[in-house]
Design a protein around this ligand. Structure first.
Ligand code: FAD
Length: 309
């Protein structure tokens, strides 16, 4: 399984595969499980159905490592239009983006201008913008960027990864900013010098960090979002919160569209805050490969679409 994960993460970065795999009909068909559609309209319909179940949503327009500044500007403009759409539909929907999608590989200043425009528009409608965390080459720069953005805009959140050794210290350093933090396990290929290798270690660290964050949430120091589908972790955190007197409305879980749907509904029914992150757009290939790497059994699902029936 570890080998499959490595191969899939390699494939997510391979240029030839990036160009050719998205053309395969059976891959596009299997993709439907994780993405309602490439268009915003389909995404909005999915968000409405989730809203009817008391589940909020987070939208991500797929794209990363953009190679020129005009494309980065276009990506930022798309988010401005998207926010207008969300407002017009009165959806309980936040947005989440990758800094490399709005120019981070090219110009930090331009990225900041792009991001500021999005954060300001979101603030005017009482909305939050999340910054995804990418591979470790970006960790420090993304945290520095977050600090700068958070000082100017109250409504921004940051994703942190429990597989990195450094994350415990990063959380401690960020708490004075009253941050919003989405804790995830981490989806990239990282060397053992900087990240836990074994899944059991990552899980343990996830639990440790989420408990620290939840205690800080109780004191109003942070908005904690638990980005996981791990049912054991979710169950343990539910018990922990009950023991610590942390109310269900302070426990917020975000999951990905199409994954552990029954659990999403159960949590919402039980009175927890639940958000579902929905991705859309044409540039889904590297994102989709990371989803397959998280659970190589998903590959069987893709292959079944070669021989349907
Ligand atoms: C809201 C949200 C935002 C995220 N943002 C980022 C980010 O900015 N940066 C980043 O590095 N990572 C991000 N991730 C991905 C994250 O790092 C993990 O790779 C991913 O969530 C899988 O970890 P897990 O906690 O679900 O636990 P796991 O132990 O990997 O999975 C637990 C169980 O969930 C199910 N499951 C998990 N993944 C899948 C899948 N792809 N398909 C089918 N079933 C699955 C399986 O049954 C598995 O046994 C995000 C995840 C979520 C939910």
């Amino acid at each position: 399984m570890e080998i499959m994960r490595t191969v899939l993460l390699w494939a997510s970065e391979n240029q030839w595969m990036r160009r050719n795999v998205p053309r395969l009909g059976f891959v596009r068909k299997a993709l439907k499980r994780f993405m309602p559609g490439e268009d915003v309209a389909e995404t909005i319909e999915a968000a409405k159905s989730l809203r009817d179940r008391d589940i909020t949503t987070i939208f991500t327009h797929l794209g990363e490592n953009i190679a020129d500044l005009s494309a980065a500007g276009e990506a930022a403009k798309h988010y401005l239009v998207l926010l207008d759409w969300i407002a017009a539909e009165k959806l309980p929907t936040e947005i989440s983006l990758k800094l490399t999608q709005i120019g981070f590989d090219l110009s930090e200043e331009q990225t900041y201008r792009n991001f500021s425009a999005i954060a300001a528009r979101a603030a005017s409608m009482g909305n939050t913008v999340w910054i995804d965390m990418e591979g470790s080459a970006y960790t420090q720069r993304t945290i520095d960027f977050y600090r700068r953005a958070k000082r100017a805009h109250a409504n921004v959140g940051l994703c942190l990864q429990a597989y990195l050794y450094r994350t415990e210290q990063d959380i401690a350093d960020l708490l004075p900013l009253s941050p919003a933090i989405r804790l995830v396990k981490g989806a990239y290929r990282e060397p053992k010098e900087i990240a836990f290798e074994k899944k059991s270690q990552v899980d343990q660290n996830y639990l440790k960090l989420s408990k620290q964050l939840l205690r800080a949430s109780r004191e109003g120091k942070v908005r904690t979002v638990l980005g996981t589908h791990d049912l054991n972790i979710i169950a343990e955190l539910e018990e922990f919160a009950a023991r610590e007197g942390i109310g269900r409305q302070r426990l917020e879980f975000h999951l990905l569209y199409g994954i552990k749907t029954a659990e999403q509904r159960r949590l919402a029914k039980a009175g927890y805050r639940v958000g579902v992150l929905i991705s859309y757009g044409e540039f889904w290939y590297p994102w989709y490969m990371r989803r397959l790497a998280e659970r190589p059994a998903n590959l069987m699902f893709v292959l079944k679409n070669v021989f349907p029936g």
